[in-house]
Design a protein around this ligand. Structure first.
Ligand code: SAM
Length: 278
């Protein structure tokens, strides 16, 4: 059986590719590209003459089957997408899933990804973060993705297309209120910039300056103090019984639920126990 190589390619600057990636692209028998014309520029720049085939969002299921069949016959195949690391918010995921299911060796050659590039230079906390990729476009799915964000204390990273950014910013302000945001544009390219805004500031900016270029959106997570106040608000109106039940409904044993309720209320477990037994 052949091996499937996931090869990270530049997100803008053609020089952001590893020696190993170039060698791998030269040595495999076939390169599956998200867009063969787009990848041609990179391949020509490095003098890579390997045969290419297209694998994209609209043919990914059938094409993955075809590529898996070729891998089974012993062909070594590399997957590259338009930018960055295959499988991160692009069609790569489906081929990886099918290849692994067929028992094929899958390996990843690390390199650029817009999420990590943006996060490392944005100036907001990068210690803990959550990557949402593109927010769903479909209304119901979008609403539930947005509903998860307000209580998130980790830094939130999103991908967005310029023609959707204004709508996304409006939606974010509606669910999160105003808070710090960074728009990281055209990373690794000539006009790279990290724009520090509040969400309202970003909305106002894009009213004056039509959004252009590729962008990563990074939002500050909710502060620990606000998160603690929000947790408290959840139980403050509850009786002790209801408070303990709330934790049991979330899967804690009665003993652990009593301990957690006692901690929340700043009383001893014995106080809780006494209250529940009367
Ligand atoms: N697989 C890619 C990766 O590892 O980053 C992401 C693919 S996704 C289809 C494309 C999105 O990545 C763009 O819409 C944008 O949000 C982000 N992106 C890609 N290149 C970028 C760049 N140079 N600057 C800012 N964002 C970029």
């Amino acid at each position: 059986m052949g091996t499937l190589y996931l090869v990270a390619t530049p997100i803008g600057n053609l020089e952001d590719i590893t020696y190993r990636a170039v060698r791998c692209l030269e040595e495999v028998e076939l390169i599956a590209c998200e867009d063969t014309r787009h990848s041609r520029i990179l391949l020509e720049h490095y003098g890579i003459r390997t045969r290419t085939t297209s694998y994209h969002e609209h043919n990914k299921y059938e094409k993955a089957e075809e590529l898996v069949a070729q891998l089974k016959q012993g062909l070594n195949i590399a997957l590259i997408t338009d930018a960055g690391t295959p499988g991160i918010s692009d069609p790569g995921e489906e081929l990886v899933r099918q290849a692994l299911e067929a028992g094929i060796k899958v390996t990843s050659l690390p390199g650029p990804s817009a999420v990590i590039t943006a996060l490392s230079m944005c100036g907001l906390s990068s210690r803990r973060f959550v990557f949402e990729g593109f927010l769903p476009v479909e209304k119901k799915e979008r609403r539930s993705a947005l509903a998860r964000l307000p209580q998130e204390t980790r830094t939130i990273v999103l991908y967005e297309a310029p023609h959707r950014i204004r709508k996304t910013l409006e939606d974010l302000r509606e669910v999160l209120g105003d808070r710090q945001i960074r728009i990281c544009r055209e990373l690794t390219k000539k006009y790279e910039e990290v724009m520090p805004f509040t969400i309202s500031g970003a909305i106002a900016y894009f009213e004056e300056n039509p959004p252009k270029g590729e962008m990563v959106v990074i939002l500050q997570g909710m502060s620990q103090e606000d998160a603690a106040a929000m947790d408290a608000a959840k139980w403050e109106s509850l009786s002790i019984r209801e408070h303990v039940d709330l934790y049991m409904e979330q899967g804690l044993s009665e003993k652990d639920a009593m301990k957690k309720a006692a901690d929340d209320r700043g009383v001893s477990k014995r106080d809780i126990y006494r209250e529940l037994k009367v």
